[in-house]
Design a protein around this ligand. Structure first.
Ligand code: NDP
Length: 278
């Protein structure tokens, strides 16, 4: 089955599906079923990370899916304690082995962890992996403008992607503008605001009723119209299927304005300037 999801073109010409499937907090034993359901529903992009502990389950689902490797877009992330040039190269091999893949589509530095001061060295290892053809695109996650400015000044491959927390309560307009100016794609993590309060906000529920859609579909459609890459997570088959059905309707100017008004600069996760864990 070909994907229902249109691609965006990364700054090196590689195509990345605009909507993918996130697997944070999915235990390894459940990841195989969840990813298999997503692949059956038409998802072709999967977002995992070494720290999620489910690269093996994800890899089993990929292997069992019958989807040709070249139709898939697989992302994983370098964990904080593996930062540093040599440690990064070793961690990449471990992730690839767990996923059972010959190459990766996108490798991200999970957090800048500024107190370690190793993200430039780690990224230089990414550049080697990229030059060696072992990953089709390299990028970062949770990088603020200051981290990206330093990275761009001290390395030669501009990151293809910055994956950051982004949802209607944290719209990240300044970051999005900066990333667009640098040719870096904005990828939204926790795009549904982790699914709780956000999907009950009256303005979102009203827009959903107006279009005969669900609140989650409205939020995902908002991301798509902004140009974000999105990676909603669900372990519920009906939701997995629902979340990819967002390419056959549009929000109008009034809907977009109502969602714009929900920005509260409210983070659910850690602040990248201060998070040095792991
Ligand atoms: P999401 O915003 O994707 O929300 C997931 C939650 O929403 C789950 O509890 C899920 O429930 C629920 N949900 C999903 N679809 C629906 C629906 N249609 N209706 C109602 N509820 C729904 O949160 P995540 O934090 O998981 O973010 C998505 C992905 O982003 C992660 O899986 C991961 O890949 C990535 N991420 C990256 C981070 C980083 O530091 N780079 C940090 C955090 C996330 P259920 O599963 O029970 O169906």
């Amino acid at each position: 089955m070909s994907s229902k999801v249109p691609p965006i073109i990364l700054n090196n010409g590689v195509e990345m599906p605009q909507l993918g499937f996130g697997v944070w907090q999915v235990p390894d034993g459940e990841a195989e079923q969840a990813v298999a359901t997503a692949l059956e529903a038409g998802y072709r992009s999967i977002d995992t990370a070494a720290i999620y502990g489910n690269e093996e389950g994800t890899g089993r689902a990929i292997a069992g899916s019958g989807v040709p490797r070249e139709e898939l877009f697989v992302t994983t992330k370098l964990w904080n304690s593996d930062q540093g040039y040599d440690a990064t190269l070793r961690a990449f091999d471990v992730s690839l082995e767990k996923l059972g893949l010959e190459y990766l589509d996108l490798y991200l530095i999970h957090w800048p962890t500024p107190a370690r001061d190793l993200y430039v060295d780690s990224y230089k290892a990414f550049e080697k992996l990229y030059a060696d053809g072992r990953v089709r695109a390299v990028g970062v996650s949770n990088f603020l403008t200051e981290h990206l400015e330093r990275l761009i000044a001290e390395t030669s491959v501009v990151p293809a992607v910055d994956q950051i927390e982004l949802h209607p309560h944290l719209q990240q307009n300044a970051a999005r503008e900066f990333l667009a100016g640098q040719g870096i794609a904005t990828e939204a993590w926790s795009p549904l605001g982790q699914g709780k309060g956000l999907l009950e906000v009256p303005a979102i529920v009203a827009i959903a009723r107006k279009h005969d859609r669900t609140p989650a579909q409205v939020v995902l459609r908002w991301h798509v119209q902004l140009g974000n890459v999105v990676i909603p997570k669900s372990v519920t088959p009906s939701r997995i299927r629902e979340n990819i059905e967002v390419f056959d309707f549009s929000l109008d100017t009034e809907d977009l304005a109502a969602i714009s008004a929900l920005d509260e600069d409210r983070r659910l996760g850690s602040h990248p300037a201060h998070f040095n864990g792991g």
